[in-house]
Design a binder for this molecule. Structure first.
Ligand code: BT5
Length: 318
């Protein structure tokens, strides 16, 4: 069973009790804590947006839970056995920063961190990931027993897993090399991988994923509720994490092949003329996108034939 905070356990007990409600004593006895501790957790849950009625005899009754990417809501929805803990808070600087801290402190594989908003959400190369309330911001610690060179396709493995998770939640997202989830050529979400490795061995990988759910920060962004109007944020976050877990397991067993099939099926660039720039904005390649190689590089058809691009920012050439 997934390990959760006491507060999350109180939320789960309230949810399990349903309209009948449950007394503070009963929750306290079940969890092995004092009644005072239970009432403090109830106060904290109310501050998070839980509507909890309290009556002298009946005890506590959960009237509604917040629609937010918080561990209390995401943790109980995680199905994949990879997940052993769900941490996080309503607001963090960056779930990737928190997950990296946990990884450095030797947290085991399968610990996730979720947040309802980030004050310093990050993209690649120091770029900003706009993270207002209403989105799904998740990270996790993985410890694949592979060499650093074998980790090259991981970003696409995760993108394929996220796409699969989103599809399970009713959203058919495209994948734009190397790390974007797309809806109609607008960015729905992004993936940020950070890694610590020795020469021959990966120590940990922190996988972060942000998905816009209720709104997008600008005209270039898309959001889940354009496709599924009633989608709940915690369900999207759990679907994303479960999709990552399934894709990761498949990668460890069968390599990049299965994810590559998914990426090719969802490739938003295929057959389109593109420009690839480096981090400084300098053009490094131009050609017609022709899928991805069996190690995750972008394939481009150019005047001199097909060639591979290992890294860069892709824009469509009109
Ligand atoms: C990414 O970077 O797309 C990776 C984003 C990863 C975010 C997750 S959230 C959980 C975890 N914690 C973190 O701190 N980060 C991860 P990149 O490919 O560099 O794209 C960044 C660019 O996307 C920005 O320069 C903007 O142009 C655009 N952008 C920023 N916020 C956006 C948003 N919410 N929706 C759509 N586009 C956005």
């Amino acid at each position: 069973m997934i390990s959760t905070s006491r507060r999350a356990q109180v939320a789960a007990a309230l949810a399990a009790a349903g309209p009948a409600g449950v007394s503070g004593e009963a929750i306290a006895a079940d969890l092995g804590v004092s009644r005072v501790a239970v009432s403090k957790h109830v106060a904290a849950l109310r501050a998070l947006g839980y509507k909890i009625a309290a009556a002298p005899r009946a005890g506590y009754r959960l009237e509604s839970a917040p629609d937010a990417c918080i561990p209390e809501e995401v943790g109980p929805r995680l199905r994949d056995p990879l997940w052993i803990a769900c941490e996080g808070a309503a607001e963090v600087t960056s779930t990737n920063d928190d997950a990296k801290r946990l990884a450095r402190a030797r947290a085991p594989e399968g610990v996730s961190v979720v947040a309802a908003r980030q004050t310093a959400g990050r993209g690649r190369l120091g770029r900003v990931w706009e993270s207002p309330a209403g989105g799904a911001y998740v990270s996790c610690v993985l410890r694949p027993a592979i060499a650093p060179a074998e980790a090259a396709p991981l970003s696409l493995v995760v993108a394929a897993g996220v796409a699969r998770g989103l599809r399970a939640a009713g959203v058919d997202a495209g994948i734009k090399w190397p790390n974007d989830l797309m809806l109609d050529d607008r960015k729905l979400g992004g993936i940020l991988l950070e890694m610590s490795a020795e020469a021959d061995r990966v120590e940990w990988v922190v996988v972060g994923c942000g998905i816009n759910v209720g709104a997008a920060p600008g005209p270039d962004g898309a959001f889940v509720r354009e496709a599924v109007s009633g989608a709940r944020v915690a369900e999207i976050a759990a679907a994303v994490l479960d999709g990552i877990a399934a894709g990761y397991r498949e990668f460890l067993q069968d390599g990049f092949g299965p994810a590559r099939v998914e990426v090719l099926a969802r490739d938003t660039l295929a057959g389109r003329p593109v420009t690839v720039r480096d981090a400084a904005g300098v053009i490094v390649a131009e050609g017609v996108a022709a899928g991805v190689s069996d190690s995750g590089e972008l394939l481009l058809d150019g005047a001199g034939g097909q060639f591979r691009v290992a890294a860069g920012e892709v824009t469509l050439r009109c």
